[in-house]
Write a protein that binds this ligand. Structure first.
Ligand SMILES: *Cc1c(COP(=O)(O)O)cnc(C)c1O
Length: 488
C-alpha cells in the first residue's frame, strides 16, 4: 500500500493539533472531562475500545458480543440503581442527550397510546433540568413547561410540580443532581404526587447516578432512584463518572412496555429489517466496550474508592470557596458539582463577580465554566455562577486549585461584573427573526467585538454578559453563527 502520508506523520500531525486543546488530564479543566487519575484505567479503556473497533452496533445478533456487553452494563446499573426492584430493563445509548431524548420519546408515545390522542403532550421540567430536555421537546415536538426552582436551594419544589400536573403531561423530570448547581431534586415527594396522578417521572442521573450511590452519607439519604415507586425511567452516563470515553450511557425503565416505546422498527423498505433501540443506525461499540471494561475492572469497590477521592476534594474545594470573601457556593450541593456565585451579603467593593473570577483563574491555568444568570418564570433570578466539576484526579491537585481560586478572587475583588452595552442590546432586541441571516449575525458578532475565527481567546465575562442580556432567540442564533464560523 502506497500512502500519501506515512501513518507516523499523520499521527504526529494529530499530536500537534491536540496541543491546542485544553488539558484533558491532570485536573486543570473542571468540566467536560472526567479524569479518574488512574493511568491503567485509561489504557484499559483504549485497549477495549480497539478490540471493538470493527464492530457495528447496528446488529447484536450478528455480533452477539455486543448484546453481552450491553446486558452486563444494564445489569450493573440495575444492581446499583434499582436494588430489589423486579422487571427493570434498559438500553445502552450513545450519551446523556440520547438517553434523555429517548426517555421523552417513550413517554410521548406511551401518553399517546394511553390517551388515544395524537397531539402534543407536555414535558414538565425545572429550570435547572439539563438542556437535553429542551432539545428533546424541540426535536420530538412536545409542549415544554419549565417550572421555576427555589432560587436559594435551586431545587424543584413539589408544590410547583403538583400545580403543573394535568392530563396533558406525559413526563416530569427530576435531576439527581442538576448540572448547573449540583442540586438534588426531591425525587420521593415529586414521584409520589405524580404517581397519584398517573404521571411518570424520569430521574436524570446522567451525571450524578454513578457517584451518589457511593457518596459519603449515601445510606442516610432518602432514595432517589428506581427504588422510588413513581420513578418510571432513569438515565446515567458512563462517559462521565463511569470513566469511559465519550459515547456511552445507560437508560433504565421500570416497565417493559415503556422501554419498547423507545424503540423504532420498520419493515417498510426493501432493505434489511431495521430494529433500533436507539437513534442511530450503524453505531460504534468502542465506548461501550471501554465502559464495560472499566466497570468490570473497578467493580463497585473501585467506584466507591474513586468516589471517596472526589468527595474529599469536594470538601476541600468547598471550604476554600467558603473562605473567599465575596464568593459563595450556591445552595447545598450533594455530589461532585459546585456552582459559585457572588456573595451579595458583602459590600459591592468586596464582591467577586464569578465570571471575572473564572477569567482570572484561566490566566492561572485553571479552566472553570461560567454559567449565565437567568430570570425564572416567576420573576425570581438565578444568579450568574461559575461551575466546577470535580473528579478523582482533583484530589491530587486540590491544594493548588484552592490556592489558584483564592488568588484569582483577590485579583478581581471589587471589579464589577461585565454588562452588555445597552445600545447594542437594544439594537439586537429589534432584529426580527426573519432578519437573523448568517450574514447579519456575523455583522452583529463583529459589532460586539467577537471574532469567531479566533475562537474564545478573550474574557468570557463579556460574552456571558451578552448571552444574559439578549433575547433568547437572538442569543441562540448568534451562538450558532459564532460556532459555525469558528468551525468553518
Ligand atoms: C451531561 C448531562 C446530560 C447530557 O449528557 P451528554 O452526555 O452531554 O449528552 C444530561 N443531564 C445531566 C444532568 C448531565 O449532567
Amino acid at each position: 500500500m502506497q500512502f500519501e502520508q506515512s501513518p507516523q506523520d499523520v499521527l504526529a500531525l494529530l499530536d500537534h493539533l491536540r496541543t491546542a486543546d485544553a488539558p484533558t488530564s491532570g485536573g486543570r479543566l473542571l468540566s467536560y472531562v472526567y479524569d479518574s487519575g488512574v493511568t491503567e484505567l485509561d489504557e484499559l479503556a483504549g485497549d477495549a475500545a480497539r478490540k471493538a473497533q470493527p464492530l457495528n452496533g447496528l446488529d447484536p445478533t450478528t455480533f452477539p458480543s455486543i448484546a453481552t456487553l450491553e446486558r452486563d452494563l444494564v445489569a450493573l446499573a440495575r444492581s446499583v440503581l434499582a436494588e430489589g426492584v423486579d422487571g427493570v430493563v434498559g438500553s445502552v445509548t450513545s450519551g446523556g442527550t440520547e438517553s434523555c431524548m429517548l426517555a421523552v420519546k417513550s413517554a410521548r408515545d406511551s401518553w399517546r397510546a394511553a390517551t388515544g390522542r395524537d397531539d402534543r403532550p407536555t414535558l414538565v421540567i425545572g429550570s435547572t433540568a439539563h438542556a437535553a430536555f429542551i432539545k428533546a421537546a424541540h426535536y420530538l415536538d412536545l409542549r415544554l413547561r419549565v417550572l421555576p426552582v427555589d432560587p436559594d436551594t435551586c431545587r424543584l419544589r413539589p408544590a410547583d410540580v403538583a400545580a403543573a400536573l394535568d392530563d396533558s403531561v406525559a413526563l416530569v423530570v427530576a435531576s439527581t443532581p442538576s448540572y448547573p448547581h449540583g442540586a438534588l431534586d426531591p425525587v420521593e415527594e415529586i414521584a409520589e404526587m405524580c404517581a397519584a396522578q398517573g404521571v411518570p417521572v424520569h430521574v436524570d442521573g446522567c451525571i450524578g447516578a454513578w457517584v451518589l450511590p457511593w457518596w459519603p452519607g449515601a445510606d442516610t439519604r432518602t432514595p432517589w432512584d428506581l427504588r422510588v415507586p413513581g420513578v418510571a425511567s432513569l438515565s446515567v452516563d458512563l462517559h462521565k463518572y463511569g470513566y469511559a470515553p465519550k459515547g456511552v450511557s445507560v437508560l433504565l425503565y421500570r416497565d417493559r412496555d415503556r422501554h419498547r416505546r423507545q424503540w423504532f422498527a420498520t419493515s417498510a423498505w426493501p432493505g434489511y429489517a431495521v430494529v433500533n433501540p436507539t437513534m442511530l443506525g450503524s453505531r460504534t461499540v468502542m465506548p461501550i466496550a471501554a465502559g464495560w471494561a472499566v466497570s468490570k475492572a473497578l467493580g463497585t469497590k473501585g467506584f466507591d474508592e474513586l468516589t471517596g477521592r472526589i468527595a474529599r476534594s469536594a470538601e476541600q474545594v468547598r471550604s476554600a470557596v467558603d473562605g473567599i470573601e465575596g464568593l459563595r457556593v450556591v445552595g447545598d450541593p450533594v455530589g461532585p458539582l459546585l456552582a459559585v456565585a457572588s456573595d451579595t451579603a458583602v459590600p459591592d467593593d468586596r464582591r467577586v463577580d464569578p465570571h471575572r473570577w473564572a477569567d482570572a483563574a484561566r490566566e492561572l491555568g485553571w479552566v472553570l465554566q461560567p454559567q449565565p444568570g437567568k430570570t425564572q418564570s416567576d420573576g425570581t433570578r438565578l444568579p450568574r455562577t461559575t461551575h466546577l466539576t470535580l473528579t478523582p484526579v482533583t484530589e491530587a491537585v486540590a491544594g493548588d486549585l484552592a490556592a489558584a481560586v483564592t488568588e484569582a478572587a483577590d485579583a478581581v475583588r471589587g471589579v464589577p461584573g461585565a454588562e452588555a452595552p445597552e445600545e447594542f442590546v437594544a439594537a439586537a432586541g429589534q432584529i426580527r427573526p426573519e432578519d437573523l441571516t448568517s450574514e447579519n449575525c456575523a455583522a452583529v458578532l463583529s459589532l460586539a467585538g467577537l471574532d469567531p475565527t479566533s475562537g474564545l481567546s478573550g474574557p468570557m465575562a463579556d460574552l456571558l454578559a451578552l448571552i444574559e442580556a439578549l433575547p433568547e432567540h437572538v442569543a441562540e442564533r448568534l451562538l450558532i453563527e459564532f460556532l459555525a464560523r469558528f468551525m468553518e
